[in-house]
Design a protein around this ligand. Structure first.
Ligand code: PLP
Length: 395
């Protein structure tokens, strides 16, 4: 199998599993218990929090462990909105993951009493947020601004530092959904200028159902999950120490591997994109070009991310034909895989509804080899022809 669905989830990492093993077997006590075994679990938890904080550029006490990226995103928006509603306005972008977009919309529909105003700022044809439009809706009364670091469907990297400067100018807390970024981009709060930042372990070979929200100490945050007051009252429930250790190991390994791994991924992606566009002249790369740069000179596209539309042909049919040939990938988002809806990201980028239903995402990861990329370049035109897409191929 050629696995090109790393943006949906990554294969489990052996090193992460080995780091978790003692905490899944011997060190099993409740880290809130005062006895020796409890203190041993607490020590493992504290070490994990310190490791996560090291990668995210914050203090260990600023890390809230969650059940993954979705809960981290929900907690960021709902937690800030409940603690400091201010002018009851949420600013976000039209291309966020549903974990942010639907939470913002729930606030807009009155999830916390009087409805919030929600501004979903538009993007350009590459999926990059319109900074002028964002600046126009931010006010000193805005409750929270949430902008993703990198888009899961089209790989677009957002100019988060510039967004942070706009937010700072009006004193608005900035939440960054960085779930797609570790191992490919830096994810330090201090570098990005973020006040809150979400990560998820399973995108990095860590445990499924585990992640974290980093929250600057100065940002008021009300809990969403109430109970015994664990995690300084910000997220109750007995902490899963093994999941925390796994999240920490996955993040640390991703960050340690980034300097060598990101350029390697970019080179593989460049070959994949060039190969596909040559072999399938009718294909369209969605999101930023592979050599596009943000204003600060950094890459505008995630190194490991390639995404296409095949106008006129069902993306699902192409995916099935690719799988017949041993290539596993998905349309823009795993969450949308079982719905017929056109991608909200591609629609926001200005694609027509028909084209927005034909997305194919090829998401590379640390295990991807040059041989696999060559195989995909060879197999994709075959799969497309079998799916009825011969018109997109060279005559
Ligand atoms: N945010 C982004 C950008 C994602 O890609 C995902 C996962 O697909 C999530 C949030 C949700 O993360 P999780 O699967 O850990 O709930």
């Amino acid at each position: 199998m050629i696995y090109l669905d790393h943006a949906a989830t990554a294969p489990p990492s052996r090193a992460v599993l080995e780091a978790q093993w003692p905490y899944l077997t011997q060190v099993f006590a409740n880290p809130s218990s005062a006895h020796g075994p409890g203190r041993a679990a607490r020590a493992g938890l504290d070490a994990a929090l310190a490791e996560i904080a090291g990668v995210l550029g914050c203090r260990p006490g600023e890390v809230v462990l969650t059940s993954g990226g979705t809960e981290a995103d929900d907690l960021a928006l709902l937690g800030v909105a409940a603690a400091a509603p201010r002018g009851r306005q949420v600013v976000t972008t039209a291309v966020e993951h549903p974990a942010v977009l639907e939470t913002a919309r729930a606030l807009g529909a009155g999830a916390l009493g009087e409805p919030f105003r929600v501004d979903e700022v538009g993007v350009d044809g590459d999926g990059v947020v319109d900074l002028a439009a964002l600046a126009a809706v931010l006010t000193p009364a805005t409750t929270i601004c949430s902008v993703m670091l990198a888009n899961n469907e089209v790989g677009a990297v957002q100019p988060v530092r510039e967004v942070a400067a706009l937010c700072r100018a009006v004193g608005v807390p900035l939440h960054v959904d960085a779930v797609q970024a570790p191992g490919q981009l830096g994810v330090r709060l201090d570098d990005l200028g973020a006040d809150l930042l979400s990560v998820s372990a399973h995108k990095l070979g860590g445990p499924r159902g585990a992640g974290a929200l980093a929250v600057r100490g100065a940002v008021p945050l009300a809990p969403v999950i109430h109970g015994g007051g664990q995690q300084r009252g910000r997220r109750s429930g007995t902490v899963d120490v093994a999941a925390a250790v796994g999240t920490a190991a996955a993040l640390r390994l991703a960050e340690e591997g980034r300097a060598a791994g990101a350029p390697r991924l970019a080179a593989l992606r460049d070959r994949l994109v060039a190969g596909v566009l040559y072999a399938v002249p009718g294909a369209v790369l969605t999101g930023p070009a592979v050599d596009a740069r943000l204003a600060d000179g950094s890459p505008a596209r995630l190194p490991g991310h390639a995404s296409f539309v095949f106008p006129g042909f069902g993306g699902e049919a192409v995916l099935l034909e690719l799988e017949e040939r041993g290539v596993v990938c998905s349309s823009g988002s795993a969450c949308a895989a079982d719905s017929d809806d056109a991608s909200h990201v591609l629609l926001a980028m200005g694609l027509g509804a028909d084209a927005a239903r034909t997305a194919v995402r090829l998401a590379l990861g640390p295990s991807t080899t040059p041989e696999e990329v060559e195989d995909v370049v060879r197999l994709l035109p075959e799969a497309l022809a079998a799916a009825g897409g011969a018109a997109l191929l060279p005559a």
